[in-house]
Design a protein. Sequence first.
Length: 81
Amino acid sequence: ATEESRRQLRNLRQTGRVRAYVQRFRELQYRLPGMSEEEAFSTFLAGLAPHIQEQVGAHIQGDLSAAITMAERLDLFHASA
């Protein structure tokens, strides 16, 4: 079950809104309690849509909570523009 959760997390991609991606990411992450903060951050970043990934990656380094917050704000900004 752990390996399956890890595989699903690695293959997870944002296809819609960031909030839905974050919710699924967190569900899978909770199944992997040994996952390091660094691994979680890089996995989260890799699954973001390219235009959001680029902006978050340029400004946030290694802080998953900050990356999630910025990605959600960027998504809201793009949705309202």
